[in-house]
Structure formats: C-alpha cells, structure tokens
Design a protein around this ligand. Structure first.
Ligand code: SF4
Length: 226
C-alpha cells in the first residue's frame, strides 16, 4: 500500500474530537523536538521577509539567504527596489531560479507598496495578496513572522505532504488544506505550527525517503513504515 493510500484510509477513521486530539499530540511532540523552530529565511524588516519569501519559490532558504545580503544592500526598501534596473535586479537574484519572473515580481511588489501603501508593507491579508507575486502562502509567512499575526497557516510543499501523511486532511489543494488545518490547532500557534511541520519535513519526513524508524510521530502516524 502506498503512503498516500494509507494516510487516506486512516484519515477516514479520524473525525471530530479524535482528529483534534491527534493534531494536538502531533503539535505537542514536534514542539518538544524543535523548541527553537523558526523561519529559516534571514530578514530584518517586513519588506525584506516579503522579498525573501518571493525568492524562496522553487528554491532553498539557504540559497535565498546567500542572495539577499547583496539584494538588500543595493535595494534596502520598497522605494529603492521600485526603481531598480530590471537587468541588474535579475542578475542579483539569478541563482534562485525563475529569476526573470521573480525580479519582475519584486519590482512590481515594491512599486505597488510605494504607490498604494506609502512605501510600507501593508499588515492586512487582502492588501498583501493584491501585490504582484504575493499569494496567500507568502502573505501568511509575512503576517505570521514579521507582524505577529496568525491570519492563516502557511501551506508549502512540506506542510501539504505532512498533513496528508499524518492523516490530518485528505485535501490536496493548498487553500483547502489550510482551511482543514485551522480548526485543528490553536490560532496563536499557527505560525509555529508551520515551522514545526516544515522543520520535520526537512529533517525527518523527507518527500522521497521518510525516516519513519527515527520519527517521533511514528506510533501515531498512519503512513509510518518500518
Ligand atoms: S517520517 Fe514520521 S511523519 Fe513522516 S511518514 Fe514517517 S512516521 Fe509519518
């Protein structure tokens, strides 16, 4: 039986209070395992986190962290980046992949922040998702980490994979996964929950070769393999 089928089958049995208890136990164990879990992108301001998160699409945080010091040295805020020379911006972000699109999103995002928000990153979900290159996932990263606001749960590839494997939801669409997770966890812990799942996905529950035998969740995970 594949992992996906196994998770789906078990998930069909967990509903209501049992599913909530399952979710709480997962969070409790991961908090013990990763007490220092945090966003692994380097940033000093909301603008820097927004730009770094745009660059992190299809790219590792480590690679983004190598690029952003030079990026923010040359264009430290929305006003500066809104006036960036497109070719120079592309050159600086080139190693993060998809660099033409990312450079365009960075400039567009910065220009919109200058034109509509006085040069400051807006603190509201609706305003953020209206910015070029910013979707709900990026907005959740920004709000949860740089602004201390738990508006939603970041659902990236790790969170989506672990939510399925752990039997938290059978949904496959990121927005529906987020909607399924939100009622299972305390709101003031949503940002940390994303970090915990991402850290576990990077360190133990690998996409191709999950290390179930060394996993702290193995006895409660419907996808565990021995
Ligand atoms: S690594 Fe852990 S969370 Fe991932 S499938 Fe195995 S037991 Fe489940």
């Amino acid at each position: 039986m594949t992992q996906k089928k196994s998770a789906t089958k078990k998930n069909a049995r967990l509903r209501g209070a049992a599913l909530e208890a399952h979710a709480r136990e997962i969070e409790r164990r991961l908090r013990v395992l990763y007490p220092d879990a945090h966003c692994e992108l380097d940033y000093r301001t909301p603008f820097e986190l927004l730009a770094a998160t745009i660059l992190s699409a299809q790219c590792t945080d480590k690679r983004v962290n190598l690029v952003t010091p030079e990026l923010f040295r040359r264009w430290p805020d929305a006003a500066a980046m809104s006036r960036a020379n497109p070719a120079e911006l592309e050159e600086v972000v080139k190693s993060t992949g998809f660099f033409r699109g990312k450079a365009k999103s960075l400039r567009g995002m910065a220009q919109a922040i200058v034109a509509k928000h006085g040069g400051e990153v807006p603190p509201a979900m609706n305003d953020l998702v209206a910015l070029p290159g910013v979707g709900r996932k990026t907005a959740n990263v920004l709000l949860g980490n740089a602004m201390g606001r738990n508006e939603g749960i970041v659902v990236d590839t790790h969170v989506a994979r672990l939510a399925a494997r752990l039997g938290l939801t059978a949904e496959t669409d990121a927005v529906k996964i987020e909607q399924a997770l939100m009622p299972l966890f305390e709101r003031d812990g949503w940002a940390m929950l994303s970090h915990l799942l991402i850290w576990h996905g990077r360190r133990v529950c690998d996409a191709r070769t999950p290390r179930c035998t060394e996993c702290t969740l193995a006895d409660v995970c419907p996808s565990a393999t021995s």
